[in-house]
Design a protein around this ligand. Structure first.
Ligand code: URA
Length: 192
């Protein structure tokens, strides 16, 4: 992605940003998608939750976290007294990687300006990064999630950012749920 294209996205308001994502062909993921998955929720939310990318169900419905991992995420919100509608939810990549493979570095970088702009428009008081892709791309690091979780980072040097396990991982490794609860409590404490 050229510096010019990034600068352009950085000026967009919500309607222009949404239209740009819907029409985006900046990377190969555009070929396989049913539709883009922009993001949902309260655009003035205190909490912004960032996942990896759409799965099959999200690709079909055009909304993030509406499949199995999404149901666990909703339960996690309920457990800490948050309504899904009160949170803004977006993904690092807006198109489904074929067969749910990992997004490639060039796909993450092609899509990154959209997420940065969503964060700038929402101005959340806290970012919760779910899993490796969200954590590593928002923090520009390759440190593993297990070492990033459990403490307070800063997105762009300002907004508090907490890393926790991806709900799809928690479905496979329920023994890690206690750690995820600790992370959510730590997140909530940042804006209490
Ligand atoms: N996993 C994600 O990371 N994002 C979604 O929207 C759904 C599943």
């Amino acid at each position: 992605v050229t510096a010019g294209a990034r600068a352009d996205v950085a000026e967009m308001d919500w309607p222009r940003l949404e239209a740009a994502v819907a029409a985006c062909r900046r990377c190969a993921l555009a070929e396989g998608r049913t539709q883009t998955v922009f993001g949902v929720g309260e655009r003035t939310a205190d909490w912004m939750v960032v996942g990896e990318g759409p799965g099959a169900e999200e690709d079909r419905r055009g909304e993030p976290f509406v499949g199995r991992a999404g149901r666990l995420l909703d339960n996690m919100f309920v457990a800490i007294g948050l309504r899904r509608e009160a949170v803004y939810i977006a993904n690092v990549v807006k198109c489904r990687p074929p067969g749910n493979r990992d997004p490639q570095p060039e796909e993450v970088s092609a899509c990154g300006a959209y997420l940065d702009r969503q964060i700038a428009l929402v101005q959340p008081r806290l970012i919760l990064a779910l899993g490796r892709f969200a954590a590593q791309s928002l923090l520009q690091t390759d440190t593993p999630v297990g070492q990033l979780r459990g403490r307070v980072h800063r997105y762009a040097g300002t907004i508090p950012l907490i890393v926790t396990y991806h709900p799809a991982y928690l479905l496979r490794s329920p023994e890690q749920k206690a750690r995820a609860w600790d992370d959510l409590r730590l997140a909530r404490a940042q804006i209490a």
